[in-house]
Ligand binder design. Structure first.
Ligand code: ADP
Length: 150
């Protein structure tokens, strides 16, 4: 069974993540959306809220699971028999950043990273822009799935 993990902070999940997850779920038998816990990061949404937003989006998709994890993504993969990491690419900055992580992961393990190019219509969306819109009382609903409501 081909299992992949889509790791991220998802603070909050956006239409960009949603697009990558929907398309990624068609490529693998199981796609695990893994919310990373980083004690040093300050989040706008609690871990529970972030998890609930994602679960509500994909409750009908039987091959999509949502989990939380801490530590290295490759350690999570090895413990859970996951051989692929799925990541989305929006622009050259994402590519440079992701390239270094993917090379490191390949050096430390045999886990492959699979990249999907973002859909053109969501390529400009990031969780940090969504948080800015929320902080300034803008209409964030155009940038996130319907399950994200504050
Ligand atoms: P991180 O904390 O790892 O940056 P994010 O939640 O921001 O986590 O992103 C997780 C993954 O989703 C990354 O692979 C990122 O490139 C991808 N991603 C984020 N926004 C978009 C978007 N608008 N379109 C496609 N992929 C995206």
């Amino acid at each position: 069974m081909k299992k992949a993990i889509f790791p991220g902070s998802f603070d909050p999940i956006t239409l960009g993540h949603f697009d990558i997850i929907e398309r990624g779920a068609k490529l693998f038998d199981e796609l695990i959306i893994a919310i990373g816990i980083n004690a040093e990061k300050k989040y706008m949404f609690s871990l529970d809220q972030r998890k609930q937003f994602i679960q509500a989006c994909f409750e009908k998709n039987t091959n999509i699971k949502v989990v939380t994890y801490s530590g290295l993504t490759i350690d999570f993969c090895q413990k859970n028999d996951v051989r692929y990491i799925l990541r989305g690419l929006r622009n050259p900055a994402d590519f440079e950043f992701e390239k270094a992580i993917a090379h490191t992961n390949r050096h430390l393990s045999s886990i492959e990273t699979v990249f999907l190019l973002t859909a053109a219509r969501t390529s400009y969306i990031s969780s940090s822009i969504v948080r800015d819109v929320i902080r300034n009382n803008g209409d964030y609903t155009k940038l996130v799935p319907k399950s994200v409501r504050i």
